[in-house]
Design a protein around this ligand. Structure first.
Ligand SMILES: NC(=O)c1ccc[n+]([C@@H]2O[C@H](COP(=O)([O-])OP(=O)(O)OC[C@H]3O[C@@H](n4cnc5c(N)ncnc54)[C@H](O)[C@@H]3O)[C@@H](O)[C@H]2O)c1
Length: 334
């Protein structure tokens, strides 16, 4: 089931100008796709450090198919001139650009700070100067750290355990400060384990669903670190929906931090078994290994605030999202 975005948003985004930072990445490219379907004029800025240009094939293979327009600017949010040019006159900014890896941030904390924190400041400044109405920020559930209380709700004190989580928390506080200080509304959307087609499976830092789909399709068994470890896996269309709802909100969001998830706990072992079953490969049962030091055991979101502020509810459940994702990896694995 692909989402019928028109059913949800009608002509709200028609002819509206939007910028997506990191727009060639996994989540950014899905926001872009929904927006061009909805008739928006979409500019993407991406330094191509963490993505494949083929993420935009949906558009560049047949631009005439879409009512909206898409333009990719290959540049960095650290380059103020380029950033200023692409931001000026945009109504909406979806700030997705970041280096998104917890383990890599532990190895390269300064690079991460420069890219993810200074970059976010640049995006806010460009948005302020460019007359942007509202900005959404790709925040992260990693800000919650490993407190055992479930579900995670936004009023809990953040406990970042890595430079990456600290970067994301800094971004949230900047969103709130800018929304209070200037004529620029903002929302921080705390994504929980987003997955779906086009997620990079080729890096040592790749998300678990991308890695499991790839390995199991290739007939290899996967190892699960910790039998009862679980996550709130969230199909990417739900993250797109939360971003679009935030932009459509009639009320200011005032820099509020809002969870974006499915609100359902799936164990990693269950995930591996479900993929094997969908592939008809029940013989590929996961190898259950010991838990890894530093891994958070459980992650589950409370979605009350998302419902209250954005009217958000997940529109694609885990099973349907997983089936679509697996089908995509089956078609796209070279
Ligand atoms: N995928 C998840 O589960 C998840 C969870 C929480 C938060 N997030 C956040 O969501 C956002 C999107 O994540 P994703 O999974 O799509 O990752 P991704 O790596 O596919 O996308 C990030 C994009 O940002 C680009 N980028 C990085 N630095 C840049 C710079 N200086 N200038 C311009 N572009 C730059 C990369 O090239 C890449 O295309 C990130 O901010 C990430 O931290 C993702």
């Amino acid at each position: 089931m692909t989402v019928n975005w028109q059913e949800h948003y009608g002509d709200f985004f028609q002819n509206q100008k939007a910028l997506i930072t990191g727009g060639c990445g996994f989540i950014g490219s899905h926001i872009a796709q929904a927006l061009v379907i909805l008739g928006a004029h979409v500019t993407l800025i991406d330094n191509m450090s963490g993505c494949e240009k083929s993420n935009l094939d949906f558009y560049f293979d047949d631009p005439a198919k879409y009512p909206g327009k898409l333009e990719l600017v290959e540049g960095s949010i650290l380059d103020l001139d380029t950033l200023g040019q692409v931001t000026d006159g945009r109504r909406f900014v979806f700030h997705q650009a970041a280096i998104p890896s917890v383990p890599r941030s532990i190895e390269e904390p300064v690079t991460f700070h420069e890219n993810n924190v200074n970059g976010t400041l640049n995006v806010l400044e460009a948005a302020r100067a460019g007359g942007v109405e509202r900005l959404t920020f790709a925040a992260s559930s990693s800000a919650y750290g490993d407190s055992p209380t479930m579900p995670k709700i936004e009023t809990m004190p953040p406990l970042p355990k890595s430079p990456y989580a600290a970067n994301k928390l800094a971004g949230e506080t900047m969103m709130r400060a800018y929304a209070s200080s200037y004529d620029l509304d903002a929302a921080s959307l705390r994504y929980f384990n987003i997955f779906g087609p086009r997620q990079n499976a080729n890096s040592v830092y790749s998300g678990v669903i991308a890695v499991f789909c790839t390995r199991l399709i290739q007939g290899q068994k996967v190892t699960v670190n910790g039998e009862d470890f679980s996550r709130d896996f969230t199909f990417v269309a739900n993250a797109v929906h939360a971003n679009l709802l935030a932009m459509r909100s009639e009320k200011p969001i005032n820099g509020e931090v809002i969870n974006v998830a499915c609100g359902v706990k799936i164990t990693i072992a269950q995930l591996a078994r479900t993929i094997a079953k969908l592939l008809g490969r029940d013989d590929l049962q996961p190898i259950i290994g010991p838990s890894r030091a530093g891994d958070v055991k459980e992650s589950l979101a409370g979605l009350e605030l998302a419902k209250q502020v954005l009217g958000y509810e997940p529109i694609v459940d885990f099973d349907s999202g997983l089936a679509q994702t697996l089908a995509w990896y089956q078609q796209n694995l070279g």
